[in-house]
Design a protein around this ligand. Structure first.
Ligand SMILES: [Zn+2]
Length: 226
């Protein structure tokens, strides 16, 4: 790596560390006393952990138990990203199995991502495509839901998972049956802070997923209701 690139990378890393320290100090103290994010991770509300641009997750947060769901992944998916929280992994296996029975072939693309991996992805994007691109399309470390182990990006054989594909339509209509929600729906960008992502599903448990699906709301809106 050239010296100039090394210096740029070092500046980026220091900036990220600084931004996240400030964010974590300021924003992990929730005003709602009954729902303290990471303190409650082991109880029945753990599947509702809210991670977004204004609710970062701490650098050292790791899911309770990571396992590899027995589903097919893309060849180039890294080993780490083939892992999920155990409960979510079991639900995902059911989802993929039922989809297959109904003629829909889904493929795992990327599930768990550690804080360190997200730092790497973010920095690579900054170096290759610039900071504006990275900020728009890549989650800043600590602000990616993939760190919870409860999310996965799925795809199809053609790797063209837009809303017109039968796989994306099936997923949008059926994910809740298995406890998953479409985390970044179309038309809710202002609330979630993310562009529409038909491929990103998030495990919240069947009861919550059904309510979120039926009311056509986001996790952000749901957390304010309960
Ligand atoms: Zn995703």
């Amino acid at each position: 790596m050239k010296t100039k690139n090394k210096i740029v990378l070092a500046i980026i890393i220091i900036t990220i560390i600084f931004i996240n320290k400030v964010d974590l100090r300021g924003k992990l103290n929730y005003s709602n006393e009954s729902y303290k994010q990471e303190d409650k991770i082991s109880d029945e509300n753990s599947n509702l952990l809210l991670v977004n641009k204004s609710n970062p997750i701490s650098e050292d947060y790791k899911p309770n138990k990571l396992v590899k769901p027995k589903v097919s992944f893309l060849k180039d998916t890294k080993d780490e990203s083939r892992h999920m929280d155990e409960v979510a992994a079991n639900a995902l296996e059911e989802l993929f199995k039922c989809a297959k029975k109904e003629g829909i072939i889904l493929i795992g693309s990327s599930a768990y991502r550690s804080y360190e991996s997200q730092v790497k992805i973010y920095n690579e994007n900054v170096l290759e495509r610039g900071i504006d691109y990275a900020n728009k399309y890549v989650a800043i470390p600590g602000k990616s839901e993939h760190q919870t182990g409860l999310s996965i990006d799925v795809t199809n054989k053609s790797r063209c998972f837009d809303k017109t594909s039968i796989e994306a339509q099936w997923l949008a209509n059926n994910a809740h049956r298995f406890g998953f929600i479409l985390r970044y729906p179309e038309g809710k960008e202002d609330i979630t802070g993310y562009n529409y992502e038909p491929w990103h599903i998030r495990y919240v448990g069947k009861e919550h997923a059904l309510k979120i699906f039926t009311d056509n709301i986001t996790l952000e809106e749901y957390m304010k209701m309960i």
